[in-house]
Ligand binder design. Structure first.
Ligand code: CTP
Length: 319
């Protein structure tokens, strides 16, 4: 059946890729790329057996009441209280309900985007998904500015906004969110213990400043369901990265998915250094065993899906 054939082909193709060496591992043709619509439909159907992005992309207000206690998804012994603020920001219905697009861009944060000139192409997609509140204005020529859906791990508060220690950090954050207008801001608040005070601060700032952004908080089952889908297809990923999560979710809404900024390697195919993020000096940490992510494995999988016409991966310049 369809699922088995997809899993067979994932295994076969990654075997082939693994046997090759050096940069040829990552070769994919852009000129000859053509969408494989029947494969796109097959993947969507198979993913729908594990999750329905329309529903799992966010919990809704009616599922909780203030004061409810929930267990963190990846840290079941620890709990979180649903505060009044959090409850008031839960959407009434899924922010992606009945939304369908011909083409979508999922923009990862790799430095491979620098000097790509991909900004216009990215912004031309009907729906643009970005990760971790990455800055855009200063990099518009390479990354574009359109952001219909943007994720924000709670750790971003610390990493990019000084832990909200100063008024200027908070202002910078409020300004960034106000630029999003009524786009979806997707906050994985229920994954692991540690970010709850950041989530509370973010929620309080959104409410206080009456920001229009539409908040969404992924369901408790999402990460397990996404992992289940990839495991069934023999892609052994313990903790899918935000980028892979976004691709998996986007298969529900988008007929044609284009990925940019996915390149979890410190050098490009010509041996030139590539920054981990296009916008800051964070270093590569995903090659150590301590890291929960397996981005290079994810990349190989996405590369294989590109070669089969299921998605389009851009890692070079846009013409
Ligand atoms: N990414 C990539 N190559 C890089 C950096 C990022 O392919 N050099 C992709 C990954 O799929 C990643 C996404 O872009 O999840 C967003 O990047 P980032 O914000 O750096 O994600 P992290 O915070 O590092 O990881 P995560 O949010 O997934 O925990």
């Amino acid at each position: 059946d369809g699922e088995q054939s997809l899993s067979r082909s994932v295994v076969n193709s990654s075997d082939k890729i693994n046997r090759k060496s050096g940069s040829s591992v990552f070769q994919h043709s852009v000129e000859r790329w053509k969408i494989n619509s029947s494969l796109v439909l097959e993947i969507r159907k198979n993913i729908l057996r594990f999750l329905d992005a329309e529903r799992d992309i966010s919990v809704v207000k009616s599922s909780f009441k203030p004061g409810d206690v929930i267990h963190y998804v990846l840290d079941r012994r620890r709990t979180l209280n649903i505060s009044q603020d959090l409850h008031s920001l839960l959407p009434e219905v899924s922010p992606m309900k009945n939304r369908r697009f011909k083409t979508c861009a999922v923009v990862g944060n790799s430095g491979i985007l620098l000097d790509s000139g991909c900004g216009k192409e990215i912004d031309n997609h009907e729906f643009v998904i970005r990760c971790n509140l990455a800055p855009v204005v200063e990099f518009a020529a390479d990354v574009g500015t359109k952001s219909d859906f943007i994720t924000m791990n709670p750790s971003v508060v610390q990493r990019a906004f000084g832990g909200f220690r100063n008024e200027s950090d908070r202002e910078k954050f409020v300004h960034r969110l106000s630029m999003l207008n009524d786009s979806v801001l997707w906050i994985p608040a229920f994954m692991v213990k540690g970010g709850e005070k950041h989530v509370e601060w973010v929620n309080a700032l959104i409410l206080k400043n009456k920001l229009k952004v539409r908040t969404a908080y992924p369901s408790l089952r999402l990460i397990h369901a996404v992992r289940g889908y990839w495991l069934t297809n023999k892609v052994y990923i313990k903790r899918p990265s935000t980028g892979l999560l976004m691709y998996t979710l986007a298969t529900r809404f988008c007929d044609e998915i284009h990925l940019y900024g996915f390149w979890p390697f410190p050098k490009d195919i010509n041996g030139k250094p590539v920054k981990y993020h296009y916008y800051d000096d964070l270093k590569y940490r995903y090659f150590s065993n301590a890291s929960p992510h397996r981005m290079p494995l994810e990349f190989k999988t996405l590369n294989m899906l590109h070669n089969r016409g299921a998605l389009k991966l851009t890692t070079g310049k846009c013409i």
